[in-house]
Ligand binder design. Structure first.
Ligand SMILES: Cc1cc2nc3c(=O)[nH]c(=O)nc-3n(C[C@H](O)[C@H](O)[C@H](O)COP(=O)(O)O)c2cc1C
Length: 356
């Protein structure tokens, strides 16, 4: 075990190209020397959702462990669950590099990856390897994505659902990546209803309605009208969950000028308010009946708590790991316990939606 404080390696790490830094991190995580932190094991943070017990509400967001290679090490850093993927049916290389850019001052990232990954077959072997080794059976979400040569999303999503459903604790279909041409069209009301209905039917036929929670991930850039339509559709279709949000194509005024016109999705701190607002709106529109996973710009327990109060039952992080290092999940858990105490809640679930 090698727990070098992140502040000592941060500048070396940030001198590298962001994607090289990420690859190096993944390689390091695959060795026995990766950092581990004593898990926060506290009844007040345990969340039961979809008949599963999440040891804490802090998850790793999709895109970090695209190939399901480092599930165990990430759980070992204190994450309550890991969302792997997005995975496509066939391996693909994604858009040309460079395709990840940092704005250190604003603790932001812009990416235009478009799902580089090893493809469903190798991905599944990786999850199975984890399952075979990890006797605790940590919770693993699998995000399925549309391949770059595909024009009909269901032609990818349906076989992926079949192939990977038996190794997933929940499955996410992504209709919100800004880097896949046309993908966000799937957020149009009629197109979304048709797609989600087909996937639910296919899930029911393949795995049964109770065995594989099916969750959608939305963009933070939807209009209020779209939010209203899609919230109604999710309720009507009885979808199991909503992840809010993916990255944004908007750029705040204060963003690094180099990123202002750079195509791609912006994540990290500047996304925080937008995604919290989306959580607030969806929680209200769905009357708290559909579990929400909140993600976007969380870098502290307070950020996580804001999302929980807006309506999230679980939260996820990605970009803040780049700026705050591997102790982030345990730090957020510690902070959440303090915030719960301050508000007089004896369990995290009591805080969900209290901003309403
Ligand atoms: C480099 C990078 C790759 C990403 N890849 C995916 C992906 O494959 N699928 C997905 O749904 N979101 C992906 N995301 C978005 C994150 O999962 C998350 O929704 C977003 O970054 C907001 O959270 P954050 O501000 O904590 O980073 C990616 C983000 C980054 C920075």
């Amino acid at each position: 075990m090698l727990n070098i404080p992140f502040k000592f390696i941060k500048s070396a790490f940030h001198a590298l190209d962001p994607e090289d830094a990420h690859s190096l991190t993944i390689s390091a995580l695959k060795t026995p020397f990766h950092p581990r932190f004593k898990a926060i094991n506290d009844e007040r943070l345990k969340v039961t959702l979809w008949d599963k017990e999440f040891p804490n509400p802090v998850g790793l967001s999709a895109g970090f462990d695209k190939n399901a290679e480092v599930i165990a090490p990430m759980l070992g850093m204190g994450f309550g669950f890991v969302e792997t993927g997005g995975v496509t049916l066939s391996p693909q290389t994604g858009l040309p590099r460079p395709r990840i850019f940092r704005d250190k001052k604003n603790e932001a990232v812009v990416n235009r990856m478009n799902f580089p990954n090893v493809g469903a077959k190798q991905f599944k072997e990786n999850v199975e390897k984890f399952r075979a080794k990890d006797k605790n059976n940590g919770l693993v979400g699998i995000q399925i994505a549309m391949g770059e040569s595909q024009t009909k999303a269901e032609d990818d999503f349906k076989p992926l659902l079949e192939q990977l459903g038996d190794v997933a604790d929940y499955m996410v279909f992504n209709v919100s990546c800004p880097n896949t041409p046309g993908l966000r069209n799937l957020e149009q009301k009629d197109i979304f209803i048709e797609l989600a209905s087909e996937l639910i039917e296919h899930r029911n036929k393949t795995w049964g309605s109770d065995n594989l929670p099916l969750v959608v991930k939305f963009s933070p850039d939807q209009s209020e009208e779209t939010q209203k339509d899609l919230a109604a559709a999710c309720l009507e279709l009885n979808l199991d969950g909503i992840i809010l949000t993916n990255t944004t194509t908007t750029r705040p005024d204060h963003i690094d000028p180099n990123l202002k016109d750079r195509p791609g999705g912006l994540s990290g701190k500047p996304l925080k308010e937008k995604s919290t607002q989306a959580i607030f709106n969806y929680y209200k529109l769905t009357e708290g009946k559909i579990p929400i996973i909140g993600v976007g710009g969380i870098s502290s327990g307070l950020d996580a708590y804001e999302k929980i109060k807006a309506g999230a039952s679980l939260i996820q992080v990605y970009s803040a790991l780049v700026y705050h290092g591997p102790e982030l999940a345990t730090q957020i858990c510690r902070d959440l316990l303090t915030l719960l105490e301050e508000d007089g809640h004896d369990h995290i679930i009591k805080a969900v939606g209290t901003a309403h």
